[in-house]
Design a protein around this ligand. Sequence first.
Ligand code: FAD
Length: 276
Amino acid sequence: MPTDTAHTDGPAHTDPPGAPPDGRTLETSALVARLGDVSQWDLEVIDSTQITPSMRRIRCTAPGLAQLSYQPGQDVMLTVPTPAGPSFRRRYTIRSFDPDVPAIAIDVVLHGDGPAAAWAASVQPGGHIEAIGPRGKITVDPHADWHLFAGDDSALPASLAMAASLPEPDRAIVILEVDGADDQQRTYATDARELPVHWVHRSGEGPESGVHLVAALAAVPLPSGRGHAYLAGELGVVAAMRRALLERGMAAEQISAKPYWRAGRANAAHGEPERP
Ligand SMILES: Cc1cc2nc3c(=O)[nH]c(=O)nc-3n(C[C@H](O)[C@H](O)[C@H](O)COP(=O)(O)OP(=O)(O)OC[C@H]3O[C@@H](n4cnc5c(N)ncnc54)[C@H](O)[C@@H]3O)c2cc1C
């Protein structure tokens, strides 16, 4: 059963790993020691490609990266440099891993603001960045009869990586919101068939609205049996999506809801959105 209780949409909030009680960011070595089952890499960018107008794919290698063991849906925590002042930690889902290179790919939304988006927009092959991983507790529930993935652009990497890893990827319910058709991605499952994604278009509206995503969740037919939903994106939208599924009769433990960012507020230095 995947749980990520520190990050679900419930009322309780505990500091995420990596955040000392006073809000500072731990030194990397102290954070690695505290987290336990993670590694630290000096990632080197191999290439950086504009895969859609809003998304940049960055592939990185590192000594020892071939040993990476992770579950689809897990992420790496980057220490993002800033031109002046302290670095910030930001989290990005491992979109894919090729142990032969070895290389991981991350897909970064170019949302126009923030140190991580600026880094992704400008980094060149040969650039280096520190990373810790794998992070994240939300992975595919092996006991579920069906799986539903929903979220905005920032949720594409996790949703598509997790859905493609299912024994029957064609049966995944995937609802993803992007601005328009140009931001849709080809979504190959492992057997090279495309995943059946229900694309929702914002058509110029901000991703913090979420109204189309919530409407799609309210309307999508839910199969019989015990399902599991994986929700990610803007904090308020994730809460609204979760409510929509609870209203449809899903139990709280069938929903893994993870706020990835918060409208109008930079994520905290440890990489998580601050709670209201
Ligand atoms: C576990 C986890 C996995 C994640 N995986 C991915 C991933 O694979 N790909 C990905 O792109 N993001 C992913 N995110 C989200 C990403 O970490 C945040 O969007 C982060 O805020 C980006 O940092 P920044 O420095 O660019 O912006 P920040 O400094 O955090 O924010 C600056 C401003 O930009 C706004 N903003 C931040 N993110 C977005 C956005 N996506 N769209 C519109 N406005 C935004 C904020 O509201 C703020 O006003 C993930 C987050 C978590 C917690």
